[in-house]
Design a protein around this ligand. Structure first.
Ligand SMILES: NC(=O)c1ccc[n+]([C@@H]2O[C@H](COP(=O)([O-])OP(=O)(O)OC[C@H]3O[C@@H](n4cnc5c(N)ncnc54)[C@H](OP(=O)(O)O)[C@@H]3O)[C@@H](O)[C@H]2O)c1
Length: 332
């Protein structure tokens, strides 16, 4: 994600001033070269504090891990360095319902340093702003149902591991029902949707369903074939009831796709009238980064604190260099 975003940022006139990774093998390698571009004169470093102190970025694009407890220290480091943060950590997208204490701490810290922390990525348009717009065309809503799939094999090894790819069914059942299993991404999405629609969540229910196929399936990321009967990913099914009436269900399946499969995003609203949203083939890999990058000006413009995208306008196409959308004085 970070490498694709590097190209998109550069093409939108952003001055990329630093690159941070974890593995020693990447230290000193030029970020542009790593991203398949011409050299940028930006050597990747593994010491985040050193990079932040030396280049003083306006915004950090953070794509290291999915959950608030994992990235809390990384967020705090960026905030302490006076940088805004736009992350694609799935939980940070709307952490108020799954990690409220950490969310409140990040909010306080960001306000104290006058910077903004926002979670963005694929959820932004496809799961919040497009769905909110459709809801806005209804007179009465009884229920909202979303169904999305994405190919886990297009992302990094950590993502594949987090989707339990390659586990046996028994291993999956043990790991996915652990008390300390992380929250579903869907719960954060539904929390943001409720917030965007001024609805009050009352109850939550989350279930998981493994995806298994009866034939061998190659995984590009793992570099091996998953045997028939192995878990190739799973679906989260989240249900949220609201005090005002509408019931939301979101089924989100990330797994290793076979030939001919493509990501989808389909929503239906039951009410007056019934309404439907089908996005056809959704290139989620690319749209994660395009949305992440197009959000940059909004994050720099936003008030300090933890500001989730339900508080922001729908994403806008950025025909001009990104700094042209930043309010006067915000890049001084
Ligand atoms: N919201 C969305 O729409 C969306 C979509 C896709 C992915 N994601 C999330 O974005 C994250 C990244 O996905 P990806 O596919 O790009 O994963 P990836 O290929 O595994 O890349 C993760 C990167 O983060 C670096 N990293 C990890 N921990 C680090 C640390 N402590 N300090 C410095 N660098 C660190 C890794 O460096 P090394 O390679 O050196 O270890 C690597 O460059 C995942 O959490 C994924 O779930 C969100």
């Amino acid at each position: 994600m970070g490498l694709l975003a590097t190209r998109l940022l550069a093409e939108k006139g952003v001055h990329v001033v630093g690159g941070i990774a974890r593995s020693e093998a990447k230290r000193g390698v030029d970020l542009g070269t790593m991203a398949g571009l011409d050299p940028m004169g930006v050597p990747v470093d593994t010491d985040a504090a050193r990079v932040l102190a030396s280049v003083r970025p306006d915004v950090v694009m953070l794509a290291t891990a999915s959950f608030m407890p994992e990235i809390y220290d990384q967020l705090a480091l960026c905030i302490d360095a006076g940088a805004n943060v736009l992350t694609i950590s799935e939980e940070t997208f709307y952490p108020w319902n799954t990690s409220p204490a950490l969310a409140a701490q990040i909010d306080r810290l960001a306000k104290a340093h006058g910077v903004t922390v926002t979670g963005g990525g694929h959820q932004d348009s496809f799961w919040i702003h497009q769905v909110s717009a459709l809801m806005g065309a209804a007179h009465r809503i009884d229920s909202v149902h979303g169904s999305a799939t994405w190919n886990a094999d297009e992302y990094g090894t950590d993502v594949v591991a987090s989707k339990h790819v390659g586990e046996t069914l028994e291993e999956f059942e043990r790991s996915s029902t652990r008390d300390d299993a992380p929250p579903t991404y869907g719960r954060n999405v539904l929390g943001a949707l409720a917030q965007a629609s001024s609805l009050t969540p009352v109850t939550w229910e989350s279930t998981v369903r493994p995806v298994i196929v009866d034939h061998d399936r190659p995984s590009q990321v793992l570099g091996r074939t998953l045997a028939a009967g192995a878990v190739i990913g799973y679906a989260d099914v989240d249900t949220m009831t609201t005090a005002e009436g509408p019931v939301f269900t979101f089924e989100m399946a990330g797994y290793v796709f076979g030939e001919g499969e493509s990501d989808k995003n389909e929503w239906s609203i039951s009410g007056e009238p019934d309404l439907y949203l089908h996005n056809g083939v959704v290139p989620s890999y690319t749209t994660t980064c395009t949305q992440w990058v197009n959000r940059v000006p909004d994050v720099i413009n936003a008030r300090p604190g933890l500001v989730t995208v339900d508080e922001m306008p729908p994403l806008a196409y950025r025909a001009l260099p990104l700094h042209r959308y930043v309010h006067d004085g915000k890049l001084d």
